[in-house]
Design a binder for this molecule. Structure first.
Ligand code: AMP
Length: 576
């Protein structure tokens, strides 16, 4: 380990907050300066020269010269970087690392540039939200059960290091130092985080947490899905975990030598601890309050709980008992956007204050673009509370006026910077003709129909959807994995409720005139969604960044196959 890595990093939460307050009081000016800095550093790149900025760095010139782009537009440039062209293509300093974004929507990962500036801003976001969190929920010295997983790292054809953004972050020495400064060092050794087999790593994370149960003060992951997944796994594996602790011998299911070696250093026979955990588990009713039982000093649960993670909140609350759920910040492989400075708000209400110095942000008003008018992006200082926007990012890592594809709503302001609520991905999920349904619409329909299940003490474990155009007319298909057996009667009611819960006028009118066929609800076997996760992990996706695709495109054959092969029952709506 180098000197730098060992040097303690000082972090005074009040200093961090003071800096944040000063910056957000003057957000408009900070934005102008940030753009200037980005353009000064990168003005000579091939990409920016192409648009004829000629050294100008003001927002007006920038917006009039440089077009709004999508990832697809930048792909030819990014691919040259990936293939080893180290001239100044998108950034002044050559890019040496590439992030693979989850790309769950396309079913194929996308490449985006990663650099030191991105790492710095990631740490700035972490430290800022930690400082606000620590005001409300102070923690002492202890450990954090971080359910995080590095994905495979590889070299691109051109010799660049490539991995998912979270992996690039976890591997960076600055990450460990920052976690230490935040009093949240990970319970598990690196061999576990970076183990090649996700199932084995998950098992060991749980084991490490249990061994150090008195020290654990925070349970976290990038996305809340990983936390729910971990405790669902615990429900299956708890007896085996207890046996390992009792005997001090690691289960033979852990076969990776580096992981075994690292774990054997931690594991000692401890029958008292094993008995204690065993008894606690036996005393629980339907695993309610599992987390505080296992980890009595936990102050809160932390991770991204908004957007496509909302459907897991119910289960997470069940495991968490009375513990608070704190929603983490808003960002993407392309860069960070906002920080949760109101950690006390429940995840459903969480907002993200835009950090005005980590990028230059623009917002396309959604109402306008839905009218079919030419979308005109406004600056951070010009957004209005109550309006919805698509987010545009200009970053220190080679993205200029890049459409992130997310829809956000301005809920209010922190000083003069907007506080954004995440609404959904902009892409429409379900559309056949004039109907338009987003991920959010699907989520709301599933929530409504799940109430029928809840009356029968059952829950939706996970869900996705597709458009089936093989029938005439086409129709929506919703796939559900549920927690137990439900009667046909109940599921028929759920199916009708789903159909009735899509409130989009285009959908309702099409259904009425049978221009869209009856919605179909297909129930899949328990464990089907774990198979889908495994499939994505096999493709190189990171479990840490995993988001269940809420709609499966017609070309996503493998996932369609997994779903269709596991259907146990199927229902057709009679609602219209
Ligand atoms: P990735 O491509 O894996 O980097 O994922 C980035 C995407 O995850 C963003 O564009 C959002 O759609 C989603 N995301 C990230 N942070 C949040 C958040 N706090 N709330 C909701 N969605 C988020």
């Amino acid at each position: 380990m180098g000197m730098l890595e060992e040097m303690p990093l000082s972090l005074d939460p009040e200093d961090v907050i003071a800096e944040f307050e000063a910056m957000t009081r003057d957000a408009g000016r900070v934005q102008i300066e940030t753009l200037k800095k980005i353009l000064e550093e990168n003005g000579r790149t091939e990409y920016l020269q192409r648009w004829g900025l000629d050294g100008r760095t003001d927002p007006e010139s920038y917006k009039s010269c440089v077009p709004l782009v999508t990832h697809e537009d930048l792909e030819p440039y990014i691919n040259r970087i990936v293939d080893g062209d180290d001239s100044s293509i998108l950034t002044g300093n050559p890019i040496t690392t590439i992030s693979l974004s989850s790309g769950t929507t396309r079913g194929m990962p996308k490449f985006v540039p990663f650099n030191d500036e991105l790492m710095e801003s990631t740490m700035q976001i972490y430290k800022t939200s930690y400082s606000f969190r620590n005001r409300e929920f102070p923690i002492g010295n202890g450990k954090c059960l971080q359910l995080i997983y590095g994905s495979r790292q590889f070299k691109t054809k051109g010799g660049l290091a490539a991995g998912t953004a979270t992996t690039n972050v976890y591997r960076n020495p600055l990450f460990k130092r920052t976690m230490k400064a935040m009093q949240s060092p990970c319970c598990s050794p690196e061999e576990v985080i970076f183990g090649p087999d996700f199932h084995q790593s998950l098992y060991c994370h749980l084991l490490c947490g249990l061994i150090q149960r008195e020290e654990v003060q925070v349970i976290s992951s990038t996305f809340a899905h990983s936390i729910v997944h971990a405790f669902r796994t615990f429900e299956q594996d708890w007896e085996e975990l207890c046996t390992d602790i009792r005997e001090g011998v690691l289960s033979s299911r852990i076969s990776v030598p580096s992981v075994r070696t690292a774990m054997s250093k931690l594991l000692k026979p401890n029958p008292e601890l094993a008995d204690l955990i065993y008894n606690k588990c036996q005393g629980l009713s339907n695993w309610y309050g599992l987390i505080p039982e296992l980890f009595p000093k936990t102050r809160y649960i932390y991770g991204i709980m908004t957007g496509s993670m909302e459907p897991y909140l119910k289960k997470l609350r069940h495991y968490a008992g009375e513990l608070p759920l704190l929603s983490a910040d808003y960002g993407s492989s392309e860069g960070w956007i906002g920080v949760n400075v109101n950690p006390k708000l429940p995840p459903e209400m969480a907002t993200f204050a835009v950090l005005p110095n980590i990028g230059y942000f623009e917002f396309i008003p959604l109402r306008q673009s839905l009218d079919g008018l030419e979308a005109k992006a406004v600056g951070l200082a010009e957004v209005k509370a109550g309006e919805e926007y698509e987010v545009i990012v200009t970053s220190f890592a080679g993205l200029y006026r890049y459409r992130l594809g997310d829809v956000v709503k301005v809920k209010g302001f922190h000083n003069s910077t907007p506080e954004l609520q995440f609404i959904c991905r902009r892409n429409l999920l379900l559309t056949i003709n004039i109907d338009k349904n987003t991920e959010k619409d699907l989520q709301l329909a599933v929530e409504a129909a799940a109430k029928v299940l809840a009356e029968n003490k059952l829950e939706v474990v996970d869900f996705t959807s597709r458009v089936d155009s093989s029938t005439e007319p086409g129709h929506y298909v919703i796939f559900w994995e549920i927690s137990g057996e439900a009667s046909d009667e109940v599921l028929e009611e759920c199916c009708n409720c789903l159909d009735e819960s899509f409130l989009d006028a285009g959908y309702i009118s099409s259904r009425k005139v049978k221009a869209i066929g009856a919605l179909e609800l297909r129930i899949v076997k328990r464990g089907t969604f774990h198979k889908i996760l495994d499939h994505y992990v096999g493709l190189g996706a990171a479990v840490s960044q995993f988001k269940t695709p809420r709609c499966v495109g017609p070309t996503n054959n493998k996932v369609l196959q997994i779903l269709c092969n596991n259907v146990v029952k199927s229902y057709s709506s009679t609602a219209f």
